[in-house]
Write a protein of this length. Structure first.
Length: 246
């Protein structure tokens, strides 16, 4: 359980929200609706206030923000029966997510002139990231604000072919952990081994920066991604899911 909490804390640090409220052991995050991990309630610490009172408190906050009320549920939720309470209160179970880890000790990859690494955000990288991940363009300023807020070493990777950007991704190091976020390839270039090549390069970047463990979060029904991550060497550590009320 302690290891799960550590990964949960690190992943929140590495993909920050724009506003965070601490409420009796619950970490409440807002980022104008961009990604559920940055717009959800993370109930991972001991609680004392009545759970129904806390749920109402959160519902009011999300109502003010005009966002769906979203709880992130894992094996360390507090109180332990929160998932059942949310279900009784009409919260829908959505998006089962697999959290996977890899030991970076055995990662080796030759340098590739098509891989371009940057430390800071810029409009070109943001534009590529938005387009390839099929994110609503109106979220572009929010995405930039989120990534600009990352205070840890980060790698903004772009993969070029014949001078054209066809892949991108983000790596963030907190302590000895390297988080991978939304590694994506243009559709017509998929299933050509480029995804693994990009992941290997980000993992090598992290290893060279002192990280010894990589982690990522992937939807449990995303079979192509699961197959790719298994090929790279990632193994599932635990699962989480969301409970949402619209």
């Amino acid at each position: 359980m302690k290891h799960i909490r550590q990964i949960e804390e690190i992943s929140m640090n590495s993909w920050p929200s724009l506003q965070t409220i601490q409420y009796d052991g619950w970490v409440i995050r807002f980022a104008e609706g961009l990604t559920k991990r940055a717009n959800s309630i993370n109930p991972i610490y001991d609680s004392n206030i009545d759970v129904n009172e806390k749920i109402k408190y959160c519902e009011n906050l999300y109502r003010i923000k005009k966002l769906p009320v979203c709880f992130k549920i894992s094996a360390i939720v507090q109180p332990a029966y929160l998932d059942e309470i949310l279900e009784l209160n009409g919260y829908e179970h959505i998006f089962d997510v697999s959290v996977q880890l890899i030991n970076l000790a055995g990662i080796t990859v030759e340098s590739d002139k098509n891989m371009h690494f940057e430390d800071n955000t810029n409009d070109k990288w943001i534009d590529n990231y938005v387009r390839m991940n099929e994110i609503d363009i109106t979220y572009k300023p929010v995405l930039k604000r989120i990534i600009d807020q990352i205070i840890f070493p980060k790698c903004l990777l772009t993969y070029f072919q014949d001078g054209v950007p066809i892949g991108c991704g983000l790596g963030v190091i907190d302590d000895r952990f390297l988080g991978l976020f939304d590694i994506v390839i243009e559709k017509k270039y998929r299933n050509m081994g480029l995804g693994k090549l990009m992941i290997d390069n980000i993992l090598m970047w992290g290893r060279n920066k002192g990280a010894d463990t990589g982690y990522l979060q992937v939807l449990h029904d995303n079979l192509p991604a699961l197959k790719l991550y298994d090929k790279v060497g990632f193994k599932e550590e635990y699962k989480y899911w969301y409970r949402i009320k619209r």
